[in-house]
Design a protein around this ligand. Structure first.
Ligand code: GLC
Length: 735
């Protein structure tokens, strides 16, 4: 009551009115849910002081940040006017307690926006994004993100710092785990699926959260795969490779973006007016806001473009970063910069409106508190776990199946060996939010329940993930000797990929490779199972393994889907979204590279010229025969579209889900273009003996054109090719 009288008094003094007409419930206009959001924003803004506006543009943490790369002082007494908090707890009650302070102790009662890195699940953790992409099932990824959104929102999180859609082609960079691989179109499709899953049709329904496209932009081009470093990105590559996923995500309605650490060819992503304002706001009309990455504003000093935190604040803000994540730059200097005229009041108001807009769209003004309900109705619900399991299953890639040794139906004694066999923690992967190892089914446990009554399992760890202790080799060799077949479970610790986790080689530690060689001496077939956050260097393991399966970091489903694949209950359908080089020395190596001036020369002399496993590669337990490509027209004028189709027959004895990847090629153009570019993909279940037709609706303006260095899309007349596997169809664009 006291507050309302105060405001009423202010309004009588001719301050902004905003009070509803007499007779109606005297509600401040911005608090009235019946009023259109833009009017509520304008009304609220008109009441805010400079300090209140600046507070909305800051984000602190609530709780201890468990990301060792970002040690930030815990803010003890969170100011009631703060714009956002990164929330590290999973208890809605604590969040509500802090929200109550904002609603009741601040002058205007502006709700706090609570955020967290929910990257591949909140508590129901599903595969890392790189694994998700190998499912080629965006609908399933959307479902998984909807699960993450529901668990997050019902646990007090309104905003996730996801999806990461940085095209990445260097597996030495640990963050390849967090994105959707080497292709721009794949990152765009999965980025859009994630935004739809997180945000749903209505972000205010209590089960969806605001998404955040990150890291804007070009972060995946980190030189040498080292994190936080310089990225050399030409304007044409910026537009053709790194921006498309963001343009798609913005068009899909992503509420926010996160500005990147990397120095984008001399202008850091967090101080880049061209990307943050000219492109994002002026050309793409994004009406949400941009949050800096943690420390990215003050890091402008180490990047040599700001001499002080105050200058860093000015450069980031005027470039188009609306919110300061834990930099302590905006809260300290923005008001001063406004009073000095270095930051305009108009731009400040626009920034605040963008933040308020997301809060209104999330319904936070009308429902600022999270209903506190029991865990069982909030997390690890059976239908949520089922989605996680299905996505883990479809992410598995069968890389080798010598003599069709898989599925294991002919063996009664199976030795399960290796450091990953009984590990649970590392199957969660990086950025696993509130995922818990105890929620994970280990590979061994998955196999044990799958083969119960069918085969006898034995176990030996053999060695650790790294180090030089091979004392366990003898036990592993004995287990192998006494078995008919050996499943060797190797891979990466979850901390070996993700942020600040660059590695100089994609090879597994020597001790793991030595274990395989030791087991090989026993002369038994080897099924190599890999759990990793990146492509691996397998050229020494491939020859000694009869079968190879990459399960990525599958989340809580862990070894369950894998066991189904090994037993034959599940037919694997995953295909690579990122190239596996023959060796680390081949990097960068990716499918959509430009043709060399001398295609048959200039290659490395000491190793093969092709990767070990190429983009879109993956085996099945059945076989498919691809028919001929057919087009509705092979010559079209500009503005006309055409349909290309291809029949695919399942020529094997069991049903399978097959993904057809549609590529285009423009062999002669005014600029050199990649040898081929993915422009569509489609996954269909094909029953044994059945033929399904896959179609690609080609829109030449969208699918055959290229983007120049100004972002202009250009469709030149002439010959193009539509490519599926080794089949090509010539299409001519008429003058
Ligand atoms: C980190 C990451 C970013 C994450 C943020 C908040 O440094 O770069 O992806 O969302 O900080 O944890």
């Amino acid at each position: 009551m006291k507050k309302r009288l105060f405001v009423y008094g202010l309004c009588l003094l001719g301050l902004p009115s905003g009070l509803l007409a007499k007779g109606d419930k005297e509600t401040l206009l911005y608090k009235d849910a019946k009023v259109p959001i833009e009017k509520r924003i304008d009304d609220l803004l008109s009441r805010m002081t400079l300090e209140e506006k600046v507070s909305q543009l800051n984000q602190y943490t609530l709780g201890r940040n468990n990301n060792a790369n970002n040690v930030g002082d815990e803010v003890k007494n969170v100011p009631a006017e703060i714009g956002s908090l990164i929330y590290f707890n999973s208890d809605p009650a604590l969040r509500n307690q802090v929200q109550h302070k904002a609603m009741e102790e601040s002058r205007l009662g502006i709700p706090i926006l609570f955020a967290h890195d929910v990257i591949h699940g909140f508590r129901t953790v599903y595969p890392i994004s790189l694994g998700q992409a190998c499912s080629w099932n965006p609908k399933l990824v959307e479902q998984a993100c909807a699960v993450a959104a529901q668990e997050s929102r019902m646990s007090g999180i309104d905003w996730t710092f996801s999806p990461m859609i940085d095209v990445a082609r260097d597996g030495r960079w640990g963050r390849v785990a967090e994105g959707y691989g080497e292709d721009p179109y794949a990152n765009a499709v999965f980025g859009v699926a994630s935004v739809k899953g997180y945000q749903g049709e209505n972000m205010a329904d209590g089960k969806h959260v605001a998404a955040c496209l990150k890291h804007f932009v070009g972060y995946g081009a980190s030189e040498g795969g080292r994190d936080y470093v310089y990225t050399e990105v030409s304007p044409q590559t910026l537009w053709d490779t790194y921006l498309p996923p963001y343009e798609a995500g913005v068009k899909a309605g992503a509420a926010t973006l996160m500005s990147s650490f990397n120095d984008l060819s001399g202008v850091p992503g967090s101080a880049n007016h061209y990307t943050l304002t000219e492109i994002l706001k002026q050309r793409w009309k994004h009406d949400g806001f941009v949050v800096s990455d943690w420390g990215a504003i003050e890091q402008l000093r180490s990047q040599g473009v700001a001499a002080s935190k105050k200058e860093a604040a000015m450069k980031s803000f005027t470039a188009g970063v609306e919110m300061d994540m834990m930099n302590n730059c905006y809260n300290k200097y923005l008001a001063e910069l406004v009073s000095e005229g270095k930051v305009s009041k108009t731009s400040l108001n626009d920034a605040v409106k963008r933040v308020l807009r997301v809060k209104f769209r999330l319904g936070l003004f009308d429902q600022p508190y999270t209903p506190v309900i029991a865990d069982k109705d909030r997390i690890l619900k059976s239908e949520s776990v089922a989605v996680a399991k299905k996505l883990a299953e479809e992410s598995i890639v069968l890389l080798k199946n010598g003599n069709n040794i898989l599925p294991l139906t002919r063996f009664s004694r199976i030795a399960v060996v290796g450091p990953m066999a009984k590990n649970k923690e590392h199957l969660l992967g990086s950025w696993s939010a509130h995922g818990r190892p105890e929620d994970v089914t280990s590979i061994y446990d998955g196999l044990e329940s799958e083969f119960k009554g069918k085969a006898k399992l034995s176990y030996a760890k053999g060695c650790d993930f790294d180090g030089a202790d091979n004392a366990g080799f003898a036990e592993a060799a004995t287990a192998a000797k006494e078995a008919d077949v050996v499943v060797i479970c190797l891979g990466e610790k979850r901390g070996w990929s993700g942020e600040n986790a660059s590695r100089s080689t994609l090879a597994l530690p020597q001790i793991q490779e030595d274990l395989v060689q030791e087991i090989k001496k026993q002369g038994k077939p080897i099924i190599l199972v890999l759990s990793s956050g990146r492509p691996l260097e397998l050229n020494r393991l491939e020859p000694v393994s009869d079968a190879i399966l990459e399960i990525w970091q599958p989340g809580i489903a862990g070894g369950i889907p894998l066991a189904g694949v090994i037993s034959g209950k599940i037919n694997p359908s995953g295909k690579l979204a990122m190239t596996f080089p023959y060796s680390t020395g081949q990097i960068p190596i990716y499918y959509n590279a430009r043709q060399s001036a001398r295609p048959h020369q200039g290659k490395y002399k000491d190793i093969q010229t092709t990767p070990l496993y190429e983009f879109a590669y993956g085996l099945s337990y059945t076989t498919y025969q691809y028919g001929d490509l057919k087009a509705s027209a092979t010559a079209v004028k500009r503005g006309q579209k055409l349909t290309v189709e291809i029949p695919v027959t399942n020529t094997g004895a069991r049903d399978g889900a097959e993904t057809v990847h549609w590529f285009i090629s423009d062999p002669t153009c005014s600029i050199s273009r990649p040898v081929k570019e993915l422009k569509s993909f489609d996954k269909q279940l094909i029953k044994a003996g059945e033929t399904r037709v896959f179609r690609f609706e080609v829109d030449p303006e969208r699918d055959l054109s290229f983007t120049d260095g100004t972002g202009k899309r250009i469709l030149e007349s002439g010959d193009y090719y539509i490519i599926v596997k080794d089949k090509m169809l010539n299409i001519n664009i008429l003058d």
